[in-house]
Design a protein around this ligand. Sequence first.
Ligand SMILES: *Cc1c(COP(=O)(O)O)cnc(C)c1O
Length: 392
Amino acid sequence: MKTQIKIPLFDLNYDEEEENEILSTIRSKWISIGPQNEKFENLFSEMIGVKYAIAVSSCTGALHMAMRSLNIKEGDEVICPSLTFVATTNAIKFVNAQPVFCDIESLEHPTIDPNHIRSLITEKTKAILVMHYAGFPCNMDEIVQICNEYNLKLIEDACHAPLSKYKGKTIGGQSDIACYSFFSNKNISTGEGGMLVTNNHIYKNKAKLLRSHGMTSLSYERSKIYSNGYDVIELGYNYRMDDMRAALGIAQLHKLKNDISKRIEHRKKYIELLSELDEIIIPFKDHIEYCSNYIFPIVLKDSNYIERGGVRYQLSKNGIQTSIHYPAIHLFGIYNHNGVYLPKTEYFSSTEITLPLYAKLSEDDLKYVSDNLKNAIVKVRKGHRIYNSERK
Ligand SMILES: *Cc1c(COP(=O)(O)O)cnc(C)c1O
């Protein structure tokens, strides 16, 4: 039996504004990288408060370009979380460097643990790559301090964290390079897309070259004036964003603050509704600083992936879509051969459930999800365990 989705995990915040942006871009007859890209990049760098923003076709591309721009290569080690999307650490492998997996601080603060980072540093360590889980910042003071002490580069996977603040400053400017994603279900949606930001003009120039085949000029620039041709001075890629997506990005940036305000309200309501549920941990529960609230994760206490499967199955039977952020990367087939053991990451990734979070949720929706979560936990703990959802 196929159940109807009543409350999806995410709902796209699109309306006439996106339609109009797309239409005017199509009518302009310039649809590849061009004026909309420039406008989107300028808006983005201003919003984050960094010198340079480079729009790209995905965050995966941005992360790859970050590795290349920082000259990370074979023989280098990069310390990174395992509790993130696999693209974060794949980027390290793209340049034949070695990801060195680091545990999270705790179930309440599932971001990379600075103390564990210190214990993983070797002569080969070249960089630290962090990810701000759900938009909540890593312990950046400690991490920046470690980078200064050991002369390491710092890269932020800021996919979850557009506009999130850390001690009063917008996330993204404290590292060498920060990367964002505009995949459909992110805070800013363009279908596919991403952004690389930096304050360093050398990294900016290198990333711009890598984005477009290592060529010294773009066809958009050449179309403006008489062109003397171009040289190719790096082994580059095609990681360009087209102007239709950049136009969608512009419309999305206009909406971002409102969208985040709604998410902040919804998170507060969820926390209120779930406050008496002793069986769960709400990560970052007491966090008060401005946060993008990309997702709303909860963790089951004293539990395991089988019980988690049962709870998710009960929720799905009532039309509530949930997700898992994330399966631990160090246990994936292509990564799982060094016997790495990360107890907190492994517990978190076996018992975390991501509940629906998006601007258009109503109070009734939030209550429906919360009530169903409570009932599901009771039902599963009573022994009505249903494993089918995990069995596939
Ligand atoms: C979405 C996401 C990515 C990948 O972004 P793409 O734009 O799809 O390449 C990488 N890291 C994190 C943490 C993400 O959430």
